[in-house]
Design a protein around this ligand. Structure first.
Ligand code: TXA
Ligand code: MG
Length: 315
């Protein structure tokens, strides 16, 4: 049985022994292991049933620590760290030799972020080294935003879960690549999140920002973030009566996912609501695309919902 704890000490001891522990962050809960212990890192993939080609994010408690896991720290990284860390921004940079290929899935780069949660920052500080942590869910499933969600994902294990309350942001971090040369800097967004293109532009000024998916960030493949029952996206309520769509849908009973009109709250509540809908004893979840639009945080929310959907009739 997984155990929920409030003891930072116990979590540090578990990590020191080479065991895993779930840790709270402002985005979602992470399944953490000592980044320098290959057996612990391997165990992260095994427990999540995550393919070894999907690299892990390294979590640090200071800029100094971030510099110790990369082999280059461009000026742009320093500026973005100053603006957004601790916070929901992961920067992909050339990796230091100390970071094993297991963490980066053989890539020459590593994703680094400083999470904004005092308990997890204390864990990393006390441990004295960074931790590798993907979201604490089974591969392809919805991310956990409470300690109880983590128990749901790993019920039959002796995993220690540090309870830091519900995650404030609720969506996984924005993942970016930085390509800096003497004359020029380009940012690639691999995964949308609460740090938006507009936020980055405010800090960096007139820089080239592109959005890149799948190939560059292996974790961005196809179906992801899926709830336990199928999620179906409709353009709006009227589309439900479309006979062509009705023919395609074999499910009958449904529950509606209502999104808060404020995208900050909608993001915070998203995964808890998907889990709640999954427990509804209905056959599928309906969500309407006309519920939220016009803000870059909505783009991140719809990015997750689109990947989580079994059918998307809004396209
Ligand atoms: O908010 C978050 O980022 C959470 C919390 C726990 O920090 N973590 C998280 O990890 O969402 P995970 O493993 O579920 O997603 C990591 C994403 C994946 O899409 C992965 O492919 C990408 O980051 N990634 C990690 N290292 C990378 C690298 N070197 N190059 C490109 N993409 C990378
Ligand atoms: Mg994940």
């Amino acid at each position: 049985m997984a155990t929920i704890t409030h003891s930072i000490q116990d979590v540090c001891e578990a990590l020191r022994r080479g065991n895993l522990a779930a840790i709270p962050t402002e985005t979602v809960y992470g399944l953490a292991g000592d980044v320098f212990n290959d057996i612990a890192v391997e165990q992260i993939f095994v427990m999540k049933k995550r393919p070894f080609f999907d690299p892990l994010i390294v979590h640090v408690a200071s800029v100094e620590q971030a510099k110790s896991v990369v082999s280059a720290w461009p000026d742009t990284a320093a500026i973005l760290a100053k603006a957004f860390w601790p916070g929901p921004l992961t920067m992909v940079l050339p990796k230091a030799p100390a970071i094993s290929d297991l963490v980066t899935s053989g890539l020459p780069s590593v994703g680094v972020r400083m999470p904004k949660h005092p308990m997890t920052l204390e864990v990393i500080e006390k441990l004295g080294k960074p931790i590798a942590a993907p979201s604490a869910n089974q591969f392809k499933k919805s991310s956990p935003t409470t300690a109880e969600h983590v128990v749901d994902e790993f019920p039959q294990t002796d995993l220690l879960i540090l309870d830091g309350g519900p995650s404030d942001v609720g969506l996984e971090s924005t993942v970016i690549g930085i390509h800096e040369s003497d004359s020029h800097c380009e940012i690639e967004i691999y995964r949308l999140g609460a740090v938006t293109e507009r936020d980055i532009r405010k800090v960096l000024g007139d820089v080239k920002i592109t959005q890149k998916s799948s190939a560059a960030a292996p974790g961005q493949l196809g179906h992801h973030y899926m709830p336990k029952i199928p999620l179906v996206i409709f353009k709006d309520r009227a589309q439900v009566d479309d006979s062509a769509i009705q023919k395609k849908l074999t499910f009958k009973t449904y529950v509606d996912l209502e999104l808060n009109p404020n995208p900050v709250i909608a993001a915070r509540e998203l995964y808890a609501k998907l889990r709640e809908c999954s427990r509804s004893q209905r056959e599928f979840i309906r969500v309407f695309r006309d519920q939220g639009q016009g803000d870059q945080l909505w783009d991140a929310i719809w990015d997750r919902l689109t990947r989580a959907a079994t059918f998307d009739f809004s396209k």
